[in-house]
Design a binder for this molecule. Sequence first.
Ligand code: F6R
Length: 369
Amino acid sequence: EKGGYDHFMLKEIAEQPKAVADTLLGRIDASGRLTLDEVRIPDAVLREADKVVIVACGTAFHAGLIAKYAIEHWTRIPCEVELASEFRYRDPILGQRTLVIAISQSGETMDTLMALRHAREQGAKVLAVCNTNGSTIPRESDAVLYTHAGPEVAVASTKAFLTQLVACYLLALYLGQVRGTKWGDEIHAVVRELARIGEEVERVLETMEPVRALARSLAHKDTILFLGRHVGYPVALEGALKLKELAYMHAEGFAAGELKHGPIALIEEDLPVVVVVPSPKGRSVLHDKIVSNIQEIRARGARTIVIAEEGDEAVVPFADHLVRVPATPTLLQPLVSTVPLQVFACELATARGNEVDQPRNLAKSVTVE
Ligand code: F6R
């Protein structure tokens, strides 16, 4: 049932190109328009929404953080993202024009379920992004956009995460389409790119051997840090979470711009630091800033592991290890840049003798608060 792989996690990582393609299937027509008929919330309601609030836990929360960049950029609707466990206990401001998006692979996570119940009690419309047909969260929501990752068995979420991203991008683009905001060349280019992103994920998977070797060489380390900016910041958080849950290592993700506000004090000789570099095109200011962040940490002894687009030459002099990912539109980069971090964590866990599919103390679906 593991299809020749040692672990379900490896199988599920390898299934990502298909999972992504399946989640797109039938949702973009030949002219590049989105048809999300299953989103039963009437277009009029979507047009009038004045706020989007995303609630989720763990990896699904990281997908939500990335979705915020896309939703606000493409639709200009303010978007908040909150851990489901925090949301419900802080008396959030919700109304009939609030669209709540609950993201959950299992559809059974208690904190997310309680958050959506609370939101509906306040009159908000709730749309679930979910991977499990007929589970509780979609049943209790006003609408559901299913991810088609197929069953995810390994406790650590991989293919579900990538499909959550795809579903969120589709939703953001659909909201843009319905509202007519920013529906221009950029959106068309993104839709075209999204339609072929599965192939790019496949290309990343084909080049993972050096990442595995690097992971094995770092198996004795105590701490690994992750830095990112823009959509690379939630990717850094996700990379750190994978490492905690699988390798049982101290791993933390930071926004690279926050370095000088504290975390840079952690940098010491030979500390591995993974840096997720945003696309150099279109956002050159941001890119320049992260290049100087890499220089800063390297000057203080960090061993830099740089994840950067093909053709990004500016990072080369400062990368002790360079992992290339295909160039994509800025907002879509997490679909390719997360993959090496999944492989990295899986290999580190294996090298440390950990049980990859069943990490200690964790359950696949958290049905208690
Ligand atoms: C991490 C992981 C967890 C889940 C979280 C939410 O790899 O799997 O952090 O993402 O428990 O679960 P769902 O998406 O089922 O609500």
